[in-house]
Design a protein around this ligand. Structure first.
Ligand SMILES: Cc1cc2nc3c(=O)[nH]c(=O)nc-3n(C[C@H](O)[C@H](O)[C@H](O)COP(=O)(O)O)c2cc1C
Length: 254
């Protein structure tokens, strides 16, 4: 049922998508190559800025490389054993190579093209992730790779103008966690112009919902609210090394 009070068309699709939760425990069953191929086809079907397709994805099976990624992300419990590990990368190397090979200059070194690559990679990953969930897989994204993106780059031998953004672990779920409540719709969806009216009251109510979720969920119960989590998350700049790393990979932000 939507907030508007009527069931949406094809409610089973909406229910499947809104039933998302990150999965961090997997059955041993592998994800076969045909399934991976289908997921990458879905990723490639995503919209892409001016058809630039400015991303690459690295499948990581090698156990030594997995161990490095797990150490970097501090996710040693499940990253080494997840049936499928993909690392999604912003990639301006491919377009630059092709344009240069045609003997033409390429203005890749600016903020806009960096954003294009990040947006393209994220959309592609999202299509693959949603497709995976719709066919019964589950998984989790791994932003922790950005704890040491230079080491990830070295381990995956990423060339200049390719930057790891996040990992994605996928497999058949071996847990059934609760759905984590999202922000109230009115603070996310605005009509015609941005309207912050009612934000404080909406978030206070949401904090109660999130607090109950954290106290009632099956694992890692704790007393917290969304506001407390955001205060903690925003107490200090996260990963202040990112700009220097990206510049060392050849990205520019002018
Ligand atoms: C870009 C990105 C990076 C993430 N990185 C991690 C991570 O390193 N470790 C982890 O356990 N979860 C990670 N997550 C999962 C989020 O914590 C999770 O999606 C969020 O708390 C909402 O929970 P849900 O996915 O179960 O609904 C990441 C999610 C995103 C979108």
């Amino acid at each position: 049922m939507t907030a508007a009070g009527r069931p949406p068309p094809r409610p089973e699709i909406i229910e499947a998508i809104t039933g998302h939760r990150s999965i961090r425990r997997f059955r041993a069953d592998p994800v076969d190559d045909a399934t991976l191929d289908a997921l990458i086809a879905c990723a490639q079907a995503a919209p892409t800025s001016s058809h630039k397709q400015a991303y690459s994805v690295i499948r990581v099976d090698d156990s030594a490389t997995r161990a490095i990624l797990a150490e970097i992300a501090e996710e040693e419990e499940w990253l080494p054993i997840a049936p499928l590990v993909l690392v999604w990368c912003a990639d301006l190397n491919r377009v630059r190579t092709v344009v240069h090979a045609a003997g033409q200059p390429a203005a890749y070194d600016n903020m806009e093209e960096f954003m294009v690559a990040v947006i393209d990679a994220t959309l592609a990953a999202t299509y693959a992730y949603v497709a995976a969930e719709l066919i019964g897989l589950g998984g989790v994204l791994v932003g922790g790779l950005r704890n040491d993106p230079a080491r990830v780059t070295e381990a995956l031998r990423l060339p200049e103008l390719v930057a790891p953004l996040f990992g994605m672990c996928l497999g058949f779920p071996d847990e059934d966690p609760q759905v984590k409540p999202r922000l109230p719709r009115p603070v996310v969806l605005h009509q015609d112009t941005y309207d912050p009216t009612g934000l404080v009251a909406e978030i206070a109510a949401y904090d109660d919902i999130v607090s109950s979720y954290y106290q009632e969920r099956e694992t890692n119960r704790r007393r917290t609210t969304w506001t407390s989590e955001m205060i903690r998350k925003f107490a200090q700049p996260e990963r202040p090394h990112m700009r220097a790393f990206l510049e060392s990979q050849g990205f520019r932000f002018d």
